[in-house]
Ligand binder design. Structure first.
Ligand code: GLN
Length: 321
């Protein structure tokens, strides 16, 4: 069986870099352009605290849709499962991540799930705090805590561009206001919090630590302190498995087989329960919004290291009665 080492991760990066040419880099995020097309950084943090990393793993990139996982964790902790899932569903969708039409057809016209744009704007309205500043600060403090990185902060230029290019998200928020998913007091604040949290700068090590936190059932490595209840972490990971890679979640479920979440910056966080967290940056994304080289790296890692949670060796109590 393949053993984890920096050299092994380097080989994976080398093998996957060429896959970037199948995708393209989004052109509206400050700091990202086609010159980053073949960038690929992969970091793994194990639950024993070992770090393995290679490629462009020091680059900062924006959090984008991975922030949807943070919003969901915090909304669940703030309001509990019953209230959160009154506003947002937990079903996968075959539509694109920023689809507005699917808001018209799903039960009660609520978003299909919290990991698409409409769903994340809805969960952003369920973060406790007396102002957007306070709500954002709570989110940022939480991200700093679970990534053990106090320097993480919002990138102002990215935030300005999110707001400037945010017409679709605005439309989603106001559509949800029209159907009563959001109140007229909630929509602008939820949208602003969503744009801010999307604009946080992060790197592959911080993402791997976030994945590790999920793999460790809501605790930092080596700590017994429960920062999020295990039940909520379970809920979030189940939704990451079914919806974290948007309308490509099914094939990632089959070929990779553990909870993932991607962002349009080409970032991906992976959580292998009980084993490790994985952070990836590979800015060339496909039409569904997922990193091409990053996706290939996940398929190889899962195969070589037998990480699929449905793999026989990862399933306990195999005795057939
Ligand atoms: N898929 C994504 O990462 C989407 C995030 C992007 N900022 C948006 O709101 O559309």
């Amino acid at each position: 069986m393949t053993k984890l080492s920096n050299e092994y991760i380097e080989e994976v990066v080398k093998a996957c870099r060429p896959f970037a040419s199948r995708g393209s880099v989004v052109d509206h995020i400050p700091g990202l352009d086609q010159s980053h097309l073949t960038d690929l950084g992969v970091t793994i943090v194990t639950l024993d605290g070992d770090v393995f990393s290679a490629g462009e793993d020091h680059n900062d990139f924006s959090f984008q849709s991975i922030s949807k996982v943070i919003l969901l964790l915090m909304a669940l902790e703030d309001f509990g499962k019953d209230i959160v899932f009154q506003k947002v569903g937990m079903e996968p969708t075959d539509d694109f991540f920023n689809s507005i039409s699917n808001l018209e057809d799903y039960e009660g016209q609520k978003p299909y799930n919290p990991l698409i744009n409409s769903g994340a704007i809805a969960t952003a309205s369920m973060i406790k705090g007396s102002s957007t500043e306070e709500r954002f600060k709570r989110c940022l403090d939480f991200i700093r805590k679970i990534t053990e990185n106090k320097k993480i902060s919002m990138n102002e230029a990215v935030y300005e561009s999110e707001v400037k290019n945010g017409a679709r998200n605005k439309a989603l928020a106001y559509f949800m206001e029209s159907t009563g998913v959001l109140s007229s007091q909630e929509s602008d604040d939820a949208l602003d919090l969503y744009h801010r949290i999307n604009s946080i700068d992060i790197n592959s090590l911080a993402l791997a630590k976030m994945g590790c936190f999920l793999s460790n059932h809501g605790r930092l490595i080596g700590s017994k302190k429960q920062l999020i209840s295990p039940e909520h972490v379970r809920t979030v990971k189940a939704i990451m498995l079914s919806s974290g890679m948007y309308n490509e979640s099914g094939s990632f479920g089959v070929e990779v087989g553990f909870p993932l979440k991607s962002g349009v910056s080409g970032s991906i966080v992976g959580s292998v329960p009980g084993q490790m967290g994985i952070g990836i940056i590979g800015p060339a994304i496909n039409k569904k919004g997922n990193s091409e080289a990053g996706g290939e790296a996940l398929r190889i890692l899962s195969r070589d290291l037998k990480l699929n949670i449905f793999h026989d060796s990862n399933v306990k109590n195999l005795d057939i009665k």
